[in-house]
Design a protein. Structure first.
Length: 122
């Protein structure tokens, strides 16, 4: 059973990596900037502000002259080519430049896998 699951996962991963480069690919740096803006605006409701997240998404994408389809296709491409982690790291660095105190806060909120109490089922 595990062999079949492993085979299917490898097949799926192989299929994902064949996603062609979108014609209007959003650059990695621009994706990181978009992630930063989403992170900042995502916390607006916590401040007691009523926020239309659909409007916020449109505002952010318009700010970078990116369509929703362009963003989604770029996201899928970077995800399939295992570049999302690098883009998230860039986004974090951009956030840290905005407010150095965020580094400590984010590191405290992130949970390393070793700390999770997840046991493999046999």
């Amino acid at each position: 059973m595990r062999t079949i699951i492993a085979f299917l996962l490898l097949l799926l991963l192989g299929a994902c990596s064949e996603i062609p480069r979108p014609q209007n690919l959003v650059s990695e740096d621009e994706m990181a900037s978009i992630f930063v803006d989403y992170a900042l605006y995502d916390n607006a409701p916590m401040l007691g502000q009523r926020t239309d997240m659909e409007g916020v998404s449109k505002f952010i994408l318009d700010k970078y002259h990116v369509t929703g389809e362009q963003y989604l296709e770029s996201y899928k491409y970077y995800l399939a080519h295992q570049k999302i982690d690098d883009i998230v790291k860039r986004a974090k660095e951009k956030l840290y430049k905005l407010d150095p105190k965020l580094k400590k806060y984010i590191e405290e909120k992130e949970t390393p896998l070793e700390k999770l109490d997840v046991k493999e089922k046999k």
